[in-house]
Design a protein around this ligand. Structure first.
Ligand SMILES: [Zn+2]
Length: 453
């Protein structure tokens, strides 16, 4: 492929996914009826369920299945002194220009010419740049202290350090995890939900003995990679990239990104930073509260180092959409070749797990179809969203379920009325299996477990 063909293919894949997301109800432009709002998106019925499944999978692996991690849910609005101590106020108020190719930001007064020193890309106009959204608290706008929407969830964890230790009695090493929204007034946005101004993060601060930081840094890079594999991301499209010194955040000793190979190039989906004791020490100094932990080994207080795996949920969704999008030539019922599109979601992640489809809208099929739907809705062994659809021809309904990534369709046909059986259709192979309704839950469970991909 030459470059322009390649570029067209990349754009067309992104266009196809954006269009599928809108058409099927994954992602809509925010405030669409008023012309939208720059780089802000809404999740529809399927997108919100997909997002929920991703968060639950992460929480299960990082918190529930571990003995050494607890969760919190801190507020978005916090005392402005937090952002002073963390360095966020100071570090984002220089006149900055941003490279439109590699997104690195540069101090304009330190540049020799008008292109990016690193990649020669075009630079944005300079502005006094504060990445944080400013707002105010209380009824009077003028006299109030400005406060900020958090640009990361991490600070809510650091400032609750003593609260968590005194209530959980955790000893090193241990982690505090949090899922929540964060806001950054990015200069450069784009590529759909890859870079947005409002986004959701899954973060953990994992506190360790200072001399064990590098071991734990490696450990968490690996755990994050394993999680991506467990939700079905092709590991050949994942890589770990270490930041060099000049792109590291002000608090970081070492940062590694997990990147995914998007059609337009490698993009960061998780950052794993060694934030050292920077944050706990800064907050101890600024607040006067001693944020340290008593160490039984030495009988002294020490300030732990912290390793921070930080994952963008929206970017994870973007990754899953690209990674699972599959086009396949197939022969339809009329013997014609057509392109079948399906999303190859794992059952754990798929927004709809099972769809119950009466073969036609014939009224005689309805009572049994409803009975099968109820059986699955109330099942104690199958969880997740169960769809019911009798709207169009069966071929079109299969196509819809394939496009939204539903692993299994259960079809009730006229034969079912006599033999008490239904067919189970597999999304990837399109193979159909006839099973007794009495055994339906177990048969489905077996098939879902076989098809973890
Ligand atoms: Zn650049």
């Amino acid at each position: 492929m030459n470059n322009s063909t390649k570029q067209n293919k990349q754009n067309s894949n992104l266009d196809k996914i954006v269009s599928l997301c809108k058409r099927r109800g994954f992602i809509f432009q925010s405030s669409e009826i008023y012309g939208g709002l720059g780089s802000i998106w809404d999740y529809g019925p399927l997108g919100s369920q997909l997002k929920r499944n991703i968060k639950e999978s992460w929480w299960k692996k990082m918190v529930l299945e571990r003995k050494d991690v607890v969760g919190i849910d801190s507020s978005i609005l916090m005392n402005t002194n937090i952002w002073k101590a963390s360095g966020h106020l100071e570090n984002f108020t220089d006149p900055l220009v941003e490279c439109q190719e590699c997104n690195q930001r540069w101090r304009e007064d330190q540049l020799n010419n008008k292109s990016c020193p690193d990649c020669a890309g075009n630079l944005s106009e300079s502005r006094l740049f504060n990445l944080m959204f400013k707002t105010h608290i209380g009824p009077v706008e003028n006299s109030s202290t400005p406060i900020y929407l958090r640009p990361e969830t991490a600070q809510g964890i650091f400032v609750n350090f003593n609260n968590v230790i005194s209530t959980t009695r955790k000893k090193l090493p241990f982690g505090i995890a949090q899922i929540g929204k964060a806001f950054r007034n990015e200069i450069t946005t784009g590529n759909f939900i890859f870079r947005t101004r409002e986004f959701e993060m899954m973060e953990m601060e994992y506190f360790v003995y200072p001399d064990e930081d590098e071991t734990w840094h490696k450990y968490w890079i690996n755990e994050c990679l394993e999680w991506y594999k467990s939700i079905g991301v092709n590991s050949k499209k994942l890589k770990v990239r270490q930041h060099d010194a000049k792109e590291m955040a002000h608090y970081s000793k070492a940062t590694s990104d997990i990147e995914y190979k998007f059609p337009w190039g490698w993009g960061e989906i998780t950052g794993i930073a060694n934030r050292t004791d920077f944050d706990l020490k800064s907050h101890s100094n600024a607040s006067g509260e001693n944020l340290s932990i008593f160490d039984d080994k030495t009988n002294k207080h020490l300030t732990p180092f912290v390793i921070e795996p930080s994952t963008g949920i929206d970017r994870t969704i973007m990754t899953l959409l690209f990674d699972s999008y599959t086009e396949e030539e197939s022969i339809n019922a009329k013997g014609k070749s057509e392109t079948r599109v399906f999303l190859n979601f794992t059952p754990e992640i798929a927004p709809v797990k099972i769809a119950v489809l009466p073969l036609s809208r014939n009224e005689s099929l309805l009572p049994l179809s409803n009975k099968v739907h109820d059986l699955l809705l109330k099942s104690k062994i199958i969880d997740g969203s169960i769809d019911f659809d009798d709207s169009q021809s069966i071929g079109r309904r299969y196509r819809r379920q394939d496009e939204i990534g539903t692993p299994i369709c259960v079809t009730v046909d006229f034969e079912s009325l006599n033999d008490g059986s239904v067919t189970i259709r597999d999304r990837n192979t399109m193979l159909q299996n006839r099973v007794k309704i009495d055994n339906l839950e177990l048969s489905i469970l077996k098939q879902l477990n076989n098809n973890t991909q």
